[in-house]
Design a protein around this ligand. Structure first.
Ligand SMILES: [Zn+2]
Length: 501
């Protein structure tokens, strides 16, 4: 790279979102940054590396605005899971993990994302009972090895799920109450200290840190304020699951007497640095509040359906000037990391919400959310999300001879509604090819599969007691929480009206 700092991509077609066109264009790259985008035959310095992009459509790398690296080892482990049941299953899904497992889990997700055209992600990574510099570094190493960008936010809490949902603990038998003691997190001061240590010592280049109080009412106010101050001090993002499920919103009103978003705003967490994950049950006022503060929502339509949380109102968010990014969520509730599918679902899930078609999300809006919107949520909007001079050379090359692109009518519609990742031919991140001819260049997938299988077999045994405990808890959580979700509320986001009150 140092000897031949220039790369020129010739012969490809560049996606022009506004014009809905695939236009012949050459791209000159200096180091990791786009220097010039021009007509075919663009002048390039002598010795520039030439990349032939004939029969390729080039689009900006997709940006996953919400995922969980640790979720990848839990891919496909469950089916009928509400969010509350998934949280209950956490010790089973995430237990028994070594430092190597943490690394492997992130590696699987990063590999899948780049192979499916995604070049950056906002990753909320949990370690129990508190984050560690070693754990976060192992996860960051996975992203660096794959060669993609990430904002890595240790996901933290100081109140257990059972304490956070009003009335739930009382429903557990004394024996189960004792069992769920093992769910307890470290005290918030210890957790904050670890986050600070990580922020101080961070040495990674393409992976930066952020702060993620996981769910507002799973954190004490003192802890939320500490998270806010840490994010301000180190000028990093804050990301939180706000109003993901109706149960959360009902719990929030019970605890604060206000909406969750209003409570976080009152504590000063809502700003341009703030990203709400999901936001399915945000109401008009919440949306206005977030929009006025310049905040973002990471919209995860696949996960929202998969966990039965309902259909988020992306049109409402855009109308109130919220920056919207699109995410896959973790592989234990999505169950893949395919941003093409996430875009498609963002479009489709808007179109089932009613007959008022001008409110539906257009393919252009879905694509912009999955690129420029995600970039802004990650705080990287000056660097990624577009193919233009000054931006990092994060470029996806789709094979226009793949059956997905025969014929190529409107390339924006095709990218969002037709493409499923199978036409991804090559992927460049920061001027470096990470995927070429459909092959991941940076990680040996066969070797990864062997390591992960050994890990899976070991953890299956180690987590057997946690799986059994889940079975006992499912009976209580699985009846109590749907009951709470039937409480009257002024908004309705479920897909069918018979749950409305
Ligand atoms: Zn999440």
């Amino acid at each position: 790279m140092a000897k031949r700092p220039y790369t020129v991509i010739r012969g490809g077609k560049l996606l022009d979102i506004a014009k809905r066109a695939a236009t012949p264009a050459d791209i000159l790259i200096k180091g990791d940054t786009i220097a010039e985008v021009g007509r075919p035959g663009l002048a390039a310095p002598a010795g520039a590396v030439v990349i032939d992009a004939k029969n390729r459509l080039m689009h900006a790398g997709l940006i996953n605005a919400h995922t969980h690296g640790p979720g990848n080892l839990g891919k496909g482990m469950g089916d009928l899971w509400s969010l509350e049941l998934l949280l209950t299953a956490s010790p089973w899904l995430n237990g028994g993990r070594t430092l190597e497992d943490k690394y492997l889990s992130s590696l699987i997700g990063a590999a899948e994302m780049v192979m499916k055209g995604c070049t950056a992600a906002y990753d909320l990574a949990a370690e129990f009972p508190l984050p560690s510099v070693e754990g976060l570094s192992a996860m960051a190493k996975a992203y660096e090895e794959v060669g993609m960008r990430a904002v890595l936010a240790p996901m933290v809490a100081d109140i257990t799920f059972f304490d956070a949902i009003p009335g739930l603990m009382d429903r557990l038998s004394p024996a189960l109450q004792k069992e769920v003691e093992s769910f307890r997190y470290a005290p918030w001061k210890a957790t904050t200290k670890q986050m600070r240590k990580a922020l101080q010592k961070w040495r990674f280049d393409k992976v930066v840190l952020a702060v993620a109080p996981t769910i507002p009412h799973h954190c004490s106010d003192d802890f939320l304020i500490a998270c806010r101050d840490l994010a301000r001090e180190y000028e990093v993002g804050i990301h939180s699951h706000v109003a993901e499920s109706k149960v959360q919103v009902v719990a929030g009103y019970g605890r604060y007497g206000t909406s969750l978003a209003a409570h976080m705003d009152a504590l000063g967490l809502v700003s341009e640095r703030f990203t709400v994950a999901h936001g399915v049950w945000l109401d008009d006022e919440d949306m206005k509040r977030l929009g006025d503060r310049g905040a973002s929502v990471a919209h995860n339509p696949g996960s929202n359906m998969r966990l039965g949380n309902g259909l988020a109102d992306m049109r409402g968010m855009l109308n109130r000037q919220i920056n919207v990014g699109i995410g896959t969520d973790g592989a234990n509730c999505s169950d893949n990391q395919n941003m093409y599918e996430a875009m498609r679902l963002a479009s489709f899930s808007s179109k089932v919400q009613g007959p008022d078609w001008p409110r539906w999300i257009t393919t252009e809006e879905a694509l912009r959310a999955a690129t420029e919107g995600g970039a802004r949520a990650l705080g990287l909007h000056k660097e990624i999300g577009r193919i233009a001079p000054g931006y990092k050379a994060d470029i996806v090359f789709l094979d226009l001879h793949h059956v997905n692109w025969i014929p190529t009518n409107d390339p924006v519609n095709a990218l969002v509604h037709t493409e499923d990742g199978t036409a991804v031919h090559s992927v460049m991140v920061g001027g470096r090819m990470v995927v070429e001819s459909h092959k991941l260049l940076t990680v040996d997938l066969a070797a990864l599969a062997a390591k992960v299988e050994a890990s899976r077999a070991r953890r299956e045994k180690v987590t057997m007691p946690a799986k059994k405990l889940y079975g006992r808890l499912e009976k209580v959580v699985g009846t109590f929480c749907p009951g709470l979700a039937k409480a009257p509320l002024h908004i309705h986001r479920f897909g069918a009206s018979h749950h409305a009150h």
